[in-house]
Design a protein around this ligand. Structure first.
Ligand code: FPP
Length: 238
């Protein structure tokens, strides 16, 4: 099972308590550890977290800085311990605008965990679904231009392989916290047939029990309506 999570409501969680928004992000990051642990316990195979969207650069500078500090700490310290748990960490999104040190930590953690075959953890950083589709289109166009790909060979399966999620399965369930009911540019292509679950709780308040509830509702829905097979498997050179 693949679960995508839109971690929303950190800012509101903090403001409601009269705290700076950065404290909300810190608590949000701490909650990731709890929820990841529960995902592992529940045998979830892939977790994709919306950590930083292409739009998040527009936040006040102090908030962007606070998020960058958290990324540094988690990528270089906290998440490296996931290696012992056999977790494979992959970053999806366009990482070039991040500070050099973060790009270095990203490379390190991806290399360190590359051969792990436990949970696949995708961190969406400077990620936008439309941006991902445009980047995939450019990569495919380049192959057509240099003659290594025929136009007629472009189909959904081939296209999906050029997305940042590559050969990974599509999310079965997408959870969004804090009451908003939209995808906000998260996994636009991959979410075509995902079940959506919205919780009113802010992300820092989202518990293991809430996760179990979301999965239970998902399971009941897919028992009732059946799953949709979205991509036909066909051999390809890519
Ligand atoms: C949305 O809350 C959340 C974010 C913009 C960032 C999510 C980041 C984390 C949970 C922490 C760091 C992550 C990692 C991978 C270490 P919001 O600020 O939009 O909340 P609001 O809607 O209440 O303002």
């Amino acid at each position: 099972m693949h679960i995508g999570i839109i971690l929303d409501g950190n800012g509101r969680w903090a403001s409601d308590k009269g705290l700076p928004r950065s404290i909300g992000h810190k608590r949000g990051a701490e909650n990731l550890e709890t929820i990841l642990f529960e995902c592992k316990r529940l045998n979830v195979l892939t977790v994709t977290l919306y950590a930083f969207s292409t739009e998040n650069w527009n936040r006040p500078i102090y908030e962007v800085k606070a998020l960058m500090s958290l990324f540094k700490y988690y990528l270089n310290k906290k998440f490296t311990s996931l290696h012992e748990e056999n977790v494979r960490v992959t970053i999806i999104g366009e990482v070039s605008p991040f500070p050099k040190i973060i790009k270095k930590y990203i490379k390190n953690i991806e290399n360190l965990t590359e051969s792990n075959d436990g949970i696949q953890l995708n961190l969406a950083m400077n990620y936008g679904g439309r941006d991902e589709i445009v980047r995939a289109t450019k990569k495919i166009s380049q192959h057509v231009l240099d003659g290594s790909l025929e136009l007629d060979n472009i189909d959904e399966l081939l296209f999906s392989k050029f997305l940042d999620t590559g050969q990974q399965s599509y999310p079965d369930l997408i959870i969004r916290t804090a009451g908003e009911m939209r995808l906000s540019n998260f996994l636009l292509w991959q979410a075509a047939y995902s079940e959506l679950y919205f919780s009113n709780k802010a992300w820092p308040d989202f518990t293991r029990q809430d996760l179990r509830e979301a999965i239970e509702i998902y399971t009941n829905r897919s028992r009732k309506f059946g799953r949709v097979t979205h991509v036909k498997k066909k051999p390809s050179n890519f």
